[in-house]
Structures are given as C-alpha cells and as structure tokens.
Design a protein around this ligand. Structure first.
Ligand code: HAM
Length: 430
C-alpha cells in the first residue's frame, strides 16, 4: 500500500534542505546582528491559547486534537501566544526590554495554494516592553535588513504600513462601536484578498447601517497620511496615532530604509491582538501574498494573565520568500551546496585502498571533510566523482605515499602539486 505525502506539506530532500538552511541561516545571522536572542517553545499548546486573542481566522485553521487525558490541544499556528506565555511566566526574572527571535515550524489547516502551505517555517522577531515607536521601527528595519541581504532592493519590495490605533479612532468617528472593531478589522483585512462583491457582502453583514458603511469605505480610500489629517474628524487619540505614524516614517528614513516604506491604510492584519502600528512586506508588483507581517500588540501579555507589558514584532514565512527570491533570480539551486567536501581521496590502484581509508579518516579526525569511492574504480572515474561532489581538492594516493607524499589537485584551477601528508592536511584545514 502506497501512502501519499500529506497535502500542503513538503518533503525536504537535500536540495530543498539546502534552500531551507540558506533562508534560516540568513534569518539567524540578521537577528543576531540586530541584537535579538533565540528562543523556542513546544510544537503544541493548549487549544485555548489560540482561541483567546488570535482571532477567528486562525482559530478556524487549527490542527487540534484531544490528548489521552481528554485535554484539548492544538499544533502551533503561530508562536506569538507561546512567546506571551513564556514571558509572562518569568516576567519578574527576565531582564527587560526583551529582544527575542525564533524560527518555529508552524501548521495551519489552510487551503494550500501558491505561498500558502499547511506546514511552514516562520522567522519571528519581537521586542517586549518598549512603548516607543522606535521599537516598531527597529523590527521593520530588521525585516528589511534581512531582505536586503538576499539582494532584494526597494524596487522589488515595499513595507506597507498603517496603524490600528489610528484606524480605531477613524472607525469610531465613522460610527463603529468599540465592540464591533475586531469584527470590522477581520473584514477590512480581506479587502485585497476577495472579489469586490464578496467583500461588500461581508462588510454589510458586519455593518448594517448604510451611512456608516459608506463613511468606512470613504476613509479606507485615503491614500496618504495628509488625506487623513485633512478630511477625517480626528479626535485627540486619532491625532496622536497619526503623529506616531509620522514619527515611524521619519525613523525609517533615519535608519536608511525610507525608500522601502509606504503608507497603506488597507493594511489591517488578520490577527485580533494588534493595537498600534501594523505592517506587511509585499513584492512591488503585488502578485504574491505578504512575505512578512507584524505590528504592535500591547495587550496580549495582559490578556494572557500577565502584567500590562507592551510588545511589537513580526513573522516572515519561508514559502512566499522562496518564491520571490526565485522569481528575482536571487536563489538558484546551483548556488547552494548540499555538502561541503574539502577533499576527495582517490587511489591510483586498488593496493592503496587501505592507505586511502587511513587518510580519509585521519583528515576527518583533524576536522575537515573527506570523501572516497566505496567501489574500486579507475582514477578518471574517481576524479569525476570528486567533481560531482564539488570537492575543493582531490588527493591522489600512489607510489609516493611510501615516502609520505601525495599528489594534491586543486579542483577549481586544475593545478597539481606533490605534498607531504602533514602539509596536505594542514592546508585542507586552513
Ligand atoms: P501572520 O500574518 O499570520 O502573522 O503570518 C506572518 C507571515 O507568515 C505571513 O506574511 C506569511 O509569510 C507567513 N505565513 C502565514 N501563514 C502561512 C501559510 N499557511 N503558509 C506559508 N506561510 C505562511 C503571524 O503569524 C504573527 N504571529 C506575526 C507576529 C509576530 N506578529 C507579532 N509578532
């Protein structure tokens, strides 16, 4: 009986694993150079963790199960609730502010499509206990810092920024009640992802009053921050939120990434816990889904039973990122190696086999990577094998080995040199 792979999951054969490692290594390097420390949590949590404050969408996409003690569990669809739980648990012991990163494997029961899978990896960057919008700027910088390191430029991608705090003030002025806000956010987040009619139907379901609905549509059409300042009735809270957004754009310019940043009132985010600045990174052509999304969530730790401690961060998935990098020619399988062979040990005749085995394992004991042929083969065939393995050198064991010497062939230049065994090992380690 043949059992197929599960829909929406991926098998990582060595070439795919090389891509995954390339992405994850880049994420980790950029996290560290921006001052973030790595953490991780369990792959499953109590189901209610994702029902408290993540919102309807994620709650409907959970892979959940009942354990043998009858407890309801879910595989993590995101790591932010785990982060909130972990920080709350040690809130008095942890030095603050907290700057942490993680690369969790996540599962969401989504309909698999381009860039959307049922299992994926997501880079997370979060800063906890910095109320200043400077922290929002720093997490956005970190996302762009990574994306730039892959070769992407401001011509390829943009970070679209808005503010839930501003939007809440605007929606209230349009006649939306406080307790309607979460439901309205969830629909507005869908605007770009749904056909107009479907969107209208959803909005009508949430906002029965036609006048209110028209006002909401008008304010969502604002293209610039100035347009919001000029036309809408901003209360003090709304004006403060706009001031904060302006400061954010100034900070991004100061940080040298101003050209990546655009205001977009349509960025609302699907998760329910965001309270302030929200952002998503898209390809400029906007043909793909968001590469990355995040924002400020100042109430999540409190909602999880902890003190009122502020937080901001983002998640970047590997799936859309890989598609984007391939489309831009910044990722090709041939640029990534699945192994790193320093030297291939070849023999001129079968009588040298034991000498070769001795040498291979001596090189490995010394800390370099050596390979050899399991089967007897001619020198030409062995050199081909070395080439296929992308070995830096081929070391040829022949008659000179009795005088402690070897022929070393540089596979890139084709140059050959006779060397003492010790000298050969030393240069391999260099
Ligand atoms: P999210 O918008 O749900 O946010 O996901 C962030 C990113 O994860 C998306 O932009 C996308 O790249 C990737 N992603 C999400 N779902 C899938 C999927 N089914 N398949 C492939 N990639 C996917 C969050 O998860 C927040 N917890 C992020 C955050 C951290 N906010 C603050 N801190």
């Amino acid at each position: 009986m043949k059992i197929p792979a599960v829909k929406g999951t991926r098998d990582f054969y060595p070439p795919q694993m090389a891509v995954r490692n390339y992405l994850v290594d880049g994420w980790k390097a950029v996290s560290l150079r921006n001052g973030f420390e790595e953490y991780d949590g369990p792959i499953f949590e109590h189901l209610k963790m994702y029902q408290i404050k993540s919102g309807e969408e994620i709650a409907s996409q959970l892979f959940s199960f009942t354990d043998r003690g009858g407890r309801d569990m879910a595989i993590r669809p995101e790591i932010t609730p785990t982060l909130a739980r972990m920080v709350n648990q040690q809130i008095n012991a942890l030095p603050r502010p907290i700057k942490w990163f993680s690369v969790p494997r996540l599962c969401r029961a989504e309909r698999p499509q381009k860039g959307r899978l049922r299992e994926f990896f997501q880079w997370n960057i979060d800063i906890i206990d910095v109320e200043d919008v400077l922290a929002d700027a720093e997490v956005i910088f970190t996302a762009i810092d990574y994306l730039r390191s892959t070769g992407l430029t401001a011509a390829d991608i943009a970070v679209r920024i808005s503010s839930r705090r501003m939007l809440a003030a605007l929606l209230r002025s349009a006649g939306i009640e406080q307790d309607q806000l979460d439901g309205v956010y969830a629909v507005l987040d869908k605007k770009a992802k749904l056909p107009d009619e479907a969107f209208e139907a959803m909005l009508t379901e949430r906002i029965g009053d036609e006048t209110v609905r028209r006002r909401v549509a008008e304010l969502m059409a604002a293209e610039t921050i100035e347009a919001i300042e000029n036309t809408a009735h901003l209360d003090a809270e709304g004006a403060a939120a706009v001031g904060e957004l302006r400061r954010l754009f100034d900070l991004l310019s100061l940080m040298g990434i101003g050209e990546f940043a655009v205001f977009d009132i349509g960025v609302v985010r699907g998760l329910a816990y965001y309270t302030g600045v929200v952002f998503e990174v898209y390809d400029r052509a906007a043909t793909l889904r968001a590469v990355c999304g995040g924002g400020r969530y100042d109430n999540l730790l409190r909602d999880f039973g902890g003190p009122a401690v502020t937080a901001t961060g983002f998640g970047m998935g590997d799936a859309v990122l890989e598609i984007l990098l391939r489309e831009k020619g910044l990722l090709t399988d041939s640029t990534l190696s699945t192994r790193n062979v320093d030297c291939f040990v070849a023999i001129v005749a079968d009588e040298f086999r034991d000498r070769a085995i001795e040498l291979v394992f001596r090189v490995r004991r010394a800390g370099a990577c050596a390979e050899f042929s399991y089967k007897a083969a001619g020198l030409k065939k062995q050199l081909k094998q070395a080439q296929a393995l992308n070995a830096r050198y081929t070391v040829i064991v022949g008659e000179e080995f009795s005088e402690n010497r070897l022929t070393v062939k540089n596979m890139a230049t084709g140059e050959q040199e006779l060397m003492a065994v010790e000298q050969c090992i030393e240069s391999l380690l260099a």
